[in-house]
Design a binder for this molecule. Structure first.
Ligand code: CP
Ligand code: NVA
Length: 308
């Protein structure tokens, strides 16, 4: 059976932990294991990227595979060839497809006709590869995941909020989302995260007040207030968000050993201050590095499954 990774709960809680173990092994031994020898993986980008593009391209090469990087705007996707027809063709050439695109329904359509694994490299609704790296980073710092409290501050309706809820629930974290009124998570995703949390001993809470939300928290996470594609949505994405900035004062309300994550790119002085991003609590560069290791583990897992 083909396995895809379209959203965080496409992995079971057990698979998630096994995958993070593999990611740690890849981190310890970068060049030893080449499960993609003789295979090709396409990575399609319909939005900008630095980390995701680099980590897929380098990671596929390190696994012995051939990365095929496709810019959506200069491929025939940019001239309205359908995503399904594109997928049918990709399946004839490559062994897996990663795609960064807009609506989740677009990646779902791609996966629906794909005969190879499809990986979500970010959609409007989810960013599940990022959360694998986030979980790897948290586990590195604390030695465990279950029972830790993670607070996400910012746009509760964006891809990072949704994936942190769903992926955090999968890992048994207590996830809090703190966002301005009108920027709550999508109700269906909130429900799915709560259901997953009920299986793992985690929990999901929406806490509007940012100080209350970070009190007792082990991990603070933020993200841009304006995601790709939202630049002209007409909403005030600065004023209502100001109280949710991770700055020294807010960080001081969290646990003394708390770490700070940000998927990057950061908008310094908006969702996070320089002193926090560059300060001792910041784990963002390890987090960025772990994209490479976590995605290598994901590719090995998905392509390994397809082979059997
Ligand atoms: N965090 C992340 O996905 O970064 P890029 O947009 O640079 O890929
Ligand atoms: N929420 C951000 C994440 C960027 C990696 C966006 O979608 O633009």
């Amino acid at each position: 059976m083909i396995r895809h990774y379209l959203k965080d709960d496409d992995l079971s809680p057990q698979e998630l932990i096994a995958l993070l173990d593999t990611a740690d092994q890849f981190k310890a031994d970068r060049h030893g294991f080449k499960p993609l020898a003789g295979k090709s993986v396409a990575a399609v980008f319909e939005k900008n990227s630095t980390r995701t593009r680099l980590s897929f391209e380098v990671g596929i090469s390190q696994l012995g595979g051939q990365p095929v990087m496709i810019d959506g705007r200069t491929s025939q996707l940019g001239r309205e060839e359908t995503i399904e027809d594109t997928s049918r063709v990709l399946s004839r050439y490559v062994d897996a497809v990663a795609i960064r695109t807009f609506a989740q329904r677009r990646i779902n359509a791609l996966a629906s006709v794909s005969t190879v694994p499809v990986i979500n490299a970010l959609t409007d609704e989810y960013h599940p590869c990022q959360v694998l790296a986030d979980l790897q980073t948290i586990r590195e710092r604390f030695g465990r995941l279950k029972g830790l409290t993670l607070t996400y501050l910012g746009d509760g309706a964006n891809n990072m909020s949704h994936s942190l809820m769903l992926g955090g629930a999968n890992a048994g974290l207590h996830v809090r989302v703190s966002s301005p009124v009108g920027f709550d998570p999508q109700p269906d995703i909130l429900l799915a995260a709560k259901e997953r949390a009920a299986l793992t001993g985690g929990s999901i809470h929406l806490i509007t007040d940012p100080t209350e939300a970070v009190t007792g928290s082990d991990v603070l996470v933020t993200d841009t207030w304006t995601s790709m594609g939202q630049e002209n949505d007409g909403l005030d994405r600065i004023g209502p968000f100001r109280p949710y900035q991770i700055n020294r004062a807010l960080l001081a309300q969290a646990n003394a050993e708390a770490i700070v994550l940000h998927c990057l790119p950061a908008h310094r002085g908006f969702e996070i201050t320089d002193e926090v991003l560059d300060g001792p609590s910041s784990a963002v560069w390890d987090e960025a590095e772990n994209r490479l290791h976590a995605q290598k583990a994901l590719l090995a897992f998905l392509i390994g499954l397809t082979r059997s």
